[in-house]
Design a protein around this ligand. Structure first.
Ligand code: DAK
Length: 258
């Protein structure tokens, strides 16, 4: 597909979205977020795709929502247009696993976009921050809520109140990033992880995503009950039979995705 502000490509079973506004450090303008949503629709509809990666450039994953685009808006403009809200939520509603591959700046909406993905792999030069307070606003795409859940109140509060950036090691230490990888060969290593996810049974990977995400929305006992029901339901699938038979027969499973 031809896009102007992103590139979208299919690499075997992995859908790769590369944010591509180098002159603006991948600032997330409305058309970029629309294009990203369109690419996600396409990957979601393609049965071959088992995992999606969102990345930026070596210098910036994304330096936030586009300040130049939003600076002149009135409250009524933002409210009535449902300014950038309508298309942003597409990442969250994606049912297939989505990995954020972050190099360089992930600030404001960039950090929020990364946190909407299922996990974040950071390069050594990654920098995360919610600097909106310096612009006279609060985080607007979930940063105050998701960052707090990832790193706890004290660190989230400090970052949102001061705009301080967190480096990759601190992000991994505090649970924001799942791993920090060397910049050299970074995307190859991320794509290897994505290929691993994509090699699993599609519906089971989707259900894993669903059960883990429930942990944020339910009490522990309700979440455990939900997980148990999901687990039990998998005994009605071909892939449970195949996965367990393959283990017993000491061979690789051949998923039917059924
Ligand atoms: N928007 C627009 N342009 C940006 C930008 C941004 N966020 N960030 C960088 N740029 C542009 C710069 O203006 C510059 O353009 P020219 O001047 O060359 O035309 C170019 O990118 C290169 O930037 P710098 O010259 O500043 O590069 P440096 O290496 O010196 O500095 C920097 C890099 C990342 C530290 C700096 O660019 C910076 O501080 N950028 C702004 C970071 C920031 O404040 N981000 C938060 C934005 S507010 C919502 C969804 C999302 C949001 C809200 C609501 N809803 C769903 C309701 C999100 C809000 C935000 O993200």
């Amino acid at each position: 597909m031809a896009f102007e502000t992103i590139a979208a490509e299919k690499k075997d079973n992995v859908g790769l979205i590369t944010l591509n506004r180098p002159d603006a450090l991948n600032a997330l303008c409305d058309s970029l977020v629309n294009e990203m949503a369109e690419a996600l629709d396409d990957f979601e509809a393609d049965a071959k795709i088992g995992c999606i990666v969102i990345t930026g450039s070596e210098k910036a994953f994304a330096a936030g929502a586009d300040i130049k685009e939003m600076q002149g808006k009135s409250y009524m403009d933002a409210y009535q247009e449902d300014f950038i809200t309508r298309n942003w939520e597409r990442v969250v509603s994606c049912r297939k696993p989505v990995i954020a591959a972050v190099q360089g700046y992930a600030l404001g909406g960039g950090c929020e976009l990364a946190m909407m993905c299922d996990f974040i792999i950071a390069a050594e030069n990654a920098k995360f921050g919610q600097p909106e307070i310096s612009l006279g606003v609060t985080p607007g795409a979930g940063g105050s809520q998701r960052l707090t859940r990832f790193v706890g109140k004290s660190k989230a509060m400090e970052m949102c109140l001061t705009g301080r950036m967190m480096d990759a090691d601190e992000a991994e230490r505090s649970g924001l990033a799942s791993r920090v990888l060397a910049q050299d060969g970074f995307m190859d290593a991320v794509m290897e992880t994505a290929a691993k996810v994509a090699s699993m049974s599609r519906p089971v990977a989707m259900m894993v995503k669903e059960v883990v995400n429930r942990a944020y929305e339910m009490t522990l006992s309700e979440g455990v009950r939900f997980e148990r029901r999901m687990f039990q339901s998998l005994f009605a699938t071909d892939d449970q039979k195949e996965g367990m038979a393959a283990f017993v027969e000491k061979r690789k499973p051949e998923w039917k995705n059924r």
